[in-house]
Design a protein around this ligand. Structure first.
Ligand code: FUL
Length: 512
């Protein structure tokens, strides 16, 4: 398992490499996979300093920035497995088993939105090949199920509900299809493109397309050689605002399904760490679900980028299920993650420069179950309570004015405390109106300038002495660190190391 996940990560980077080469060869291609800001080539003569400067200036494409700002996104695994009580179907299911009698997409979306989630990704087709929409290209779909007498469309109702409630809508389309007779042949590539086209043209705006890395054998015993570039070009053409995730160029799988990201999480990583051949080799082989181990804990440090031949903005998405499995199983109702566990996951995903993709699988009724709702409500309550009051509100940076200081406290991620070019040794000394007790630090960088901070320390003054409250490495979009409670009226943030001068967008201190 460990080996697989390491490989899955390399595989994601391999896809990146393939794309980079693709742009290199045909920069005039109609579909732009990268912009000239989220990708940079490293030249053979570049010095270490040149590389660091280049890394500091790689910034997200607008679609990547929007995605990062969502912070919380929800995964909905739903399909024939919900009814067979399995994690992976083999494609031989009778479509008649699919009958969610109380299905209500509005309930799904409302529950997610109330819990703070800003986007939903629905498993339109999982590895079993069963389509939640009436695809023209297969009989293995809702059109042959008793649900709504074969006239229903789960994808449509979900997309419509997302639009109604004003949250983003994304699709998961499994490349691996254990039902299609075409799988393993060239014809499958057209089949896949046809299905993707249906999903990208029939349901309004699609905000994220999620391609799973699993690739096993189809009904003929053969594996498929995928045509990734065709998928990406189609998406860029039909849904240019959509991010392409995991097996795609915009969003990187973090390398674990535990909900915990890396403490040092760089969104700028080398695009050249792996080779295309690994794609076939790295497919998932077993249907078992188990918590995964973290893989390589450093992807973008100076020593990593020094060896790169290109750099890309490739931020981490952290997927985890609220239950042990990805699909709903009644026997797991008792194992739903508690609000406390979800908070811990929040700090370790959103709080580590990632986007959380939390799976909340609907049950056989076609509804999110009460146990999950209860836990999500508790999570939202804790989130609101914790971040209700920034204890630095009204504080002033020493030697500055409250007007100038306010950029750090205005809740905007696109305004920042500016330092002089080359000044990577930023010190912000803040005086609070009165002594406060705090145990949680929030920092944000303005990503439109770039991800730059490499090491920081938060200190507080006691008597005439500065003591360390906490410290960390990367910040990125958001960094949250919990520490033992401290009471003070003077604090200082020191950016000890940075790639060029950092742009600090926000700082906050809270009491949990
Ligand atoms: C994995 C799949 O095999 C699981 O079933 C699930 O969909 C997860 C999100 O990705 O690769």
């Amino acid at each position: 398992m460990k080996r697989y996940y390491f490989n899955k990560l390399n595989w994601g980077l391999a896809v990146g490499l393939q794309l980079i080469i693709c742009i290199g060869l045909s920069s005039s291609s109609s579909a732009q996979i990268y912009t000239n800001k989220n990708y940079v080539k490293i030249n053979p003569g570049d010095t270490e300093q040149d590389i660091v400067r280049k890394a500091a200036n790689v910034v997200p494409a607008p679609r990547q920035l929007r995605w990062q700002q969502l912070e919380l996104t929800a995964f909905l695994h739903f399909g024939v497995n919900t009814f067979t009580n399995k994690e992976w179907g083999d494609g031989s299911e009778d479509p008649k088993i699919f009958n969610p009698k109380d299905f209500d997409a509005r309930q799904w979306v409302k529950v997610c939105k109330d819990a703070g989630f800003k986007q939903i990704i629905l498993t339109a087709k999982h590895h079993d090949g069963f389509c939640l929409w009436p695809s023209k290209y297969t009989e293995h779909s809702v059109k042959n199920s008793p649900w709504k007498e074969g006239k229903g469309d789960i994808v449509k109702e979900t997309a419509d509900a997302c639009k109604e409630f004003g949250i983003g809508f994304g699709i998961y389309l499994s490349p691996w299809d254990r039902n299609s007779k075409y799988f393993g042949s060239m014809a499958y590539n057209d089949y896949f493109i046809n299905q993707l086209t249906e999903l990208l043209t029939q349901y309004g705006q699609v905000d994220e397309v999620w391609f799973d890395g699993a690739n096993g054998e189809g009904p003929t015993g053969k594996k498929q050689v995928y045509e990734y570039n065709r998928w990406y070009e189609l998406i860029r053409k039909l849904q240019p605002k959509a991010t392409i995730a995991v097996s795609g160029p915009d969003v990187r799988w973090v390398g674990t399904e535990s909900g915990y990201g890396r403490e040092t999480e760089w969104s700028v990583v080398p695009g050249d760490e792996a080779k295309n051949e690994k794609i076939a080799e790295n497919s998932q082989q077993k249907a078992e679900f188990a918590p995964r181990d973290m893989v390589a804990n450093d992807l973008g440090s100076r020593s990593k980028i020094a060896k790169a031949s290109s750099l890309v903005w490739y931020p981490a998405e952290i997927d985890v299920s609220i239950r042990p499995g990805w699909f709903y199983h009644t026997e797991e109702d008792k194992d739903v993650k508690t609000p406390e566990k979800l908070m811990d996951i929040y700090y370790s995903s959103v709080g580590r420069n990632g986007v959380l993709l939390l799976n909340i699988p609907p049950d056989t009724r076609g509804l999110i179950s009460d146990s999950d709702i209860k836990s999500l409500q508790g999570f939202r309550k804790q989130l609101d309570l914790t971040f209700a009051e920034n204890l630095l509100a009204g504080a002033v940076v020493k030697g500055s004015t409250s007007q100038k200081t306010s950029v750090l406290l205005d809740g905007k991620d696109n305004t920042a405390w500016k330092t002089k070019a080359g000044d990577s040794n930023l010190v912000l000394e803040l005086k609070l109106a009165k002594a406060q007790e705090f145990d949680l630090l929030k920092l944000q960088e303005n990503l439109q300038v770039g991800q730059r901070a490499e090491k920081f320390v938060l200190e507080y003054k006691t008597g005439n002495e500065w003591k360390v409250a906490t410290e960390g490495t990367t910040i990125g979009y958001k960094r949250l660190i919990r520490f033992a409670p401290v009471t003070a009226s003077e604090v200082r943030l020191r950016i000890v190391s940075s790639r060029l001068n950092p742009a600090i967008a926000e700082i906050g201190l809270y009491k949990r």
